[in-house]
Design a protein around this ligand. Structure first.
Ligand code: 3PG
Length: 202
């Protein structure tokens, strides 16, 4: 993530779409992409992107089990993102050689993950789980903690989130809507990526 303030969250149904989609991200100025483990083709998509789009920093998202953590590592991912933070997942991640960005949406989850040495978190689902007021209230409680809000982020609120002192980066799927992927509208997706990257200063 170093220096990157935007993570594109991509859910890809067809493996043939993986490389054009990743290229659209790169052309639009987005390097960090999270491929969610929500589709049957996710593993294949990750393999295709790592081989064919080496400029991309590829992570696995929606990782909820120990098996998926190690699968992401075996696929060659550079990072793993989980929507929540269970004790068993945090314990398993100790054996990983790639970083995990654990998801949190409560104070207790942050405290638990901090016990395992984490300081950087995905805040998910950001807009539903308290949004900016929640993040602001965390500054005094956890001065060292940094967050990557996702869930309900878009061009309308990027700048507000990135303006908070404890926001490291933001993420979201609006850059690659399912309908545009289905229509293989790579140029439109590239434009959305460029708009987002510009707003984030990436
Ligand atoms: C995620 O997994 O981070 C979310 O699906 C992203 O949320 P969004 O679809 O509201 O951007």
């Amino acid at each position: 993530m170093a220096g990157r303030r935007l993570v594109a969250v991509l859910t890809i149904e067809k493996s043939e779409d993986a490389v054009p989609l990743a290229r659209a991200m790169i052309k639009g100025g987005i390097r960090a992409i999270e491929i969610t483990f929500r589709t049957e083709k996710a593993f294949e998509c990750i393999r295709e992107i790592i081989v064919n789009v080496p400029e991309a920093l590829v992570g696995a998202g929606t990782v909820i089990s120990k098996e998926q953590l190690f699968k992401a590592q075996d696929l060659g991912c550079s990072f793993v993102v989980s929507p929540g933070a269970t004790v068993s997942l945090l314990e398993a991640a100790d054996e990983l050689s790639i970083p995990l960005l654990p998801g949190i949406s409560t104070v207790s989850e942050i405290m638990c993950a901090m016990e395992y040495g984490y300081n950087d978190f995905k805040f998910f689902p950001a807009e539903l789980a308290g949004g900016m007021p929640f993040l602001k209230s965390l500054v005094a409680l956890f001065p060292s903690a940094m967050f990557c809000p996702t869930g309900g982020i878009g061009v309308h609120n990027i700048s507000d989130y990135l303006g908070l002192p404890n926001v490291l980066a933001i993420g979201g799927s609006w850059i690659a809507p399912a309908a545009l992927i289905r229509d293989k509208h790579w140029l439109k997706i590239e434009e959305l990526a460029r708009e987002a990257a510009t707003l984030c200063g990436d």
